[in-house]
Design a protein around this ligand. Sequence first.
Ligand SMILES: NC(=O)c1ccc[n+]([C@@H]2O[C@H](COP(=O)([O-])OP(=O)(O)OC[C@H]3O[C@@H](n4cnc5c(N)ncnc54)[C@H](O)[C@@H]3O)[C@@H](O)[C@H]2O)c1
Length: 92
Amino acid sequence: MLRLDGKVAIVTGAGSAGPGWGNGKATAVLLARQGAAVFALDNREEAVQETLGIIRDEGGRATAHVADVTSSAEVSGAIDACVAALAAWTSW
Ligand SMILES: NC(=O)c1ccc[n+]([C@@H]2O[C@H](COP(=O)([O-])OP(=O)(O)OC[C@H]3O[C@@H](n4cnc5c(N)ncnc54)[C@H](O)[C@@H]3O)[C@@H](O)[C@H]2O)c1
């Protein structure tokens, strides 16, 4: 089994447009189940919070971030936020 302990996964579009499982939501949850700390990004707060809740309810590590991946400034800000969050993850 692939183990991703100590790894960080940035997943864009980590929510789901409707009920059920979109690709990004499923990817984020599966990566967390494999041990990765997931930086879940979506342009809709409620969508990414749902994914964050699933991961945390399962005991996984994740943080949520709202950004539009079509905006280079927002992507740059997301990377900065991910790096800042990593410092906290490494102290877990
Ligand atoms: N090639 C295939 O076989 C195949 C199969 C399924 C889906 N798809 C494609 O994959 C993509 C995802 O579809 P899905 O049904 O898995 O997921 P989805 O539509 O359920 O979820 C996509 C998520 O991305 C977020 N999002 C949309 N635009 C964004 C942006 N600019 N910045 C950040 N987040 C954004 C949405 O808020 C949503 O939560 C779609 O483009 C779909 O057409 C392709």
